[in-house]
Design a protein around this ligand. Sequence first.
Ligand code: ADP
Length: 169
Amino acid sequence: MKKIAIYPGSFDPVTFGHLDIIKRALKIFDGLIVSVFVHSTKKPMFTLEERVSMLRSALKGNKRVKIDCFNGLLVDYIKKKKINTVVRGLRAISDLEYEFQVSAANRTLYSDIETVFFMPRQRYSYLSSSVVRDISYFGGDVSKMVPPCVVKRIKKKRPDTNRDVFSLP
Ligand code: ADP
């Protein structure tokens, strides 16, 4: 029987950190469903379609990875998929408390769920989608943090590169 897991996240946008976690998870699992969720509170930089499309380009050709999306509770989604293993990434210690809380809450809702954590390579330990969003907002170079398809998409999103936000009257 094939071992399949689900890797849920916002992926707003996908970074080399996420791709590193996917690569590691595929050493353990036969297949992975990378699933973009529609956040109830956060306003994303990229639409759901854009996030899915960037993941598709970044993972093109990898037959063991499927891209999907969902809204609502993760436990309802994984029950529907009949997959009870969830993959998450652990960066610095700061991730631990949040991830621990979420996986404990999920287990309270659905006792069969298992969460497996992977650590990225050190150089991605401080990389997050929000850092990428902040840097790209001000036109900074994020090519060492995200795959080329994301760099392209960010360039298209930024209409006014010469905006002088701090200019005083
Ligand atoms: P969230 O699900 O909190 O919105 P993300 O979509 O950014 O966060 O991330 C999904 C998962 O990937 C989370 O488990 C997060 O800790 C992990 N992750 C994000 N960036 C990295 C990284 N640079 N290295 C390792 N794991 C990461």
